[in-house]
Design a protein around this ligand. Sequence first.
Ligand SMILES: NC(=O)CCC(=O)C(=O)O
Length: 279
Amino acid sequence: MRVHSIQLGYGDDESMPDRIARAAALVRQQAGADLIVLPELWAPGGFSYRSWLERAQTTAGEIVAAIAESARAVGAYVHAGSIIEYPEDAESPNGYPSDGQPVPDGERRLWNTSILLDPSGKVVARYRKIHRFGFGAGEPKLLDAGTDIVTVPIAVDGREVMLGLATCYDLRFPELFRALLDKGAEVVIIPAAWPAARVDHWSLLARARAIEDFVAVVAVNTAGTHSGVEMGGHSVTVAADGTILAEAGPDEAILEASIDIAAIHARRENFPALSDRRL
Ligand SMILES: NC(=O)CCC(=O)C(=O)O
């Protein structure tokens, strides 16, 4: 399976419409990929908390529509990264009350939601980030937590490949990855806005999750500096035996890697840790 990761770099000087147009053009340029992956919250800004409400959209909004058009043009599955999502049955996002009173956790109806599109541009999976990042502020104060563990099959070269979905801070919670494995995941996709300050954790944990869960990992981070936070880059694609297939530096980059799905199953058969589990 040929995977292209778009490690998008951006700063506060780029408007959201300009960034959407730029990302959509980059997706369209990825001919030959089976799957193209964008980072977490690349359009609203991963750490641009103050702009999230005005930049929130439904999964039918302009961010997803632009990337869906590019998916159709390039004829590939596209993981559109994530958006600040409000549900289609709401007239507008309600996460920030006009009276200044905080909306209780669980009633905000705003999520950090990642989206998978098929080559026709149809939304085939939606994952709402379960573990919210922010030291008690940021995501835990502004967003609701997702509750569903999401796997989704895609068709590649005449066979089905089961993707598992996770987002950024989720990488620190190994039980989620075990649950994805137990739901059949072969490849886990992790869009992120992970700061440079902790990028050594990012690289190590991406590789650890691949090795311990016998899954390939496609971890796609953000570059540049926005809202005063320098992003770490270093997106990485890891095989199920921990081999690094492709790795970016700190700046905007496109990574291309080929994941051998048969090798994932050979690894599971040849090294018995999964059958040695004691629950
Ligand atoms: N956007 C995030 O989830 C950031 C996670 C992070 O910085 C960390 O886990 O460290």
